[in-house]
Design a protein around this ligand. Structure first.
Ligand code: MF3
Ligand code: CO
Length: 301
């Protein structure tokens, strides 16, 4: 199948049990998505927020998104191998841009809503969307989030990792480690018929154990056919609330965890970079996860 056919939104009409399922599995609707959609309908009737059919990726789409993820992972692996003290974040931008092109991808951030670089590099008290710069030299003890997003054949992937330059102090190292644990605790909650709020609550609870705070204004997102798709994924909602999780959904888990207060501020000179208001450090890890029939699969890290 051509990738533009794979890319299209599924037909939203009602299906009879005998006809081929809208997802292109080749199975009859009655043996494929019917049971899932009946359950979605029941939950909707009970007042829950359920995804639309268009939010469920088809098997063919998932395969294309997987290819995009492979490139994104390889780009971050390249950054991991080369990042070091004395390097500028501008160099990271060039590494990302070159490696992505070498692997047949396009860096998704460049030109996205006017964003001027191929990657976001957020250092210390930068919360996210940090601009790479030849003026920003990485020093011993810095913590830096490198956030990569890739387009391959029209399909999107997105993940980010924290890097500690040399060694940092114990408190800051703990923030980096606990933020990673927050993502894993959130991930454990990803299963069919759970809620996005279960993911968010697990993240908040873990952060609260260390008296850290979760950034409220910026969250994650569904992804695959576009960079940022609905639903928006908040990390400050409560267990049992927010959208129901259904097989085929793909979204990011990317909480920003602050050592100090949750408040953040926008650097108005460029309208992109976000900093903690109190100047304490902030950390973020991002993975992409697929809801499967039995639980979840991590597609990108
Ligand atoms: N992972 C980040 C996000 O989803 C990537 C932002 S790229 C930018 O917000 F272009 F929007 F900065
Ligand atoms: Co993202």
């Amino acid at each position: 199948m051509m990738s533009d056919q794979i890319h299209k939104t599924p037909d939203l009409r009602a299906y009879s049990p005998e006809e081929p399922c809208w997802c292109g599995s080749g199975k009859a609707y009655g043996c494929c998505h019917q049971a899932i959609e009946d359950r979605m309908e029941q939950l909707r009737a009970q007042g829950h927020l359920v995804p639309t059919r268009a939010m469920l990726k088809t098997p063919a789409q998932i395969e294309k998104i997987r290819e995009s993820c492979k490139v994104n992972i390889a780009v971050l692996d390249e950054v991991a191998a080369r990042i070091r003290e004395g390097m500028t974040t501008g160099e990271i931008d060039r590494i990302v841009s070159e490696k992505t092109a070498e692997l047949g991808g396009v860096a998704a951030p460049l030109g996205y809503q006017g964003y001027p670089y191929s990657v976001c590099t957020s250092v210390n008290d930068q919360v996210c969307h940090g601009f790479p710069s030849d003026e920003v030299v990485l020093e011993e003890g810095d913590i830096v989030n490198v956030d990569c997003s890739t387009i391959v054949d029209g399909f999107f992937s997105d993940s980010s990792r924290m890097f500690v330059i040399g060694e940092t102090d114990e408190e800051t190292q703990q923030l980096v480690d606990v933020t990673r644990e927050c993502v894993m605790k959130g991930l454990e909650q990803v299963k069919p018929w759970g809620f996005l709020g279960d993911v968010a609550q697990a993240i908040q609870d873990h952060a609260a154990e260390y008296e850290y705070s979760v950034v409220r204004e910026v969250g994650g997102h569904a992804i695959g056919l576009e960079f940022h798709e609905d639903p928006y994924v908040s990390y400050v909602t409560e267990k049992g609330t927010d959208m129901v999780l259904v097989p085929g959904m793909i979204f990011t888990i990317e909480p920003m965890i602050n050592m100090g207060d949750a408040d953040i501020c926008l650097f108005e000179d460029n309208d992109w970079e976000l900093y903690t208001e109190d100047g304490y450090p902030s950390a973020q890890w991002e993975i992409m996860v697929l809801v499967t029939d039995t639980g979840h699969e991590v597609l990108c890290w």
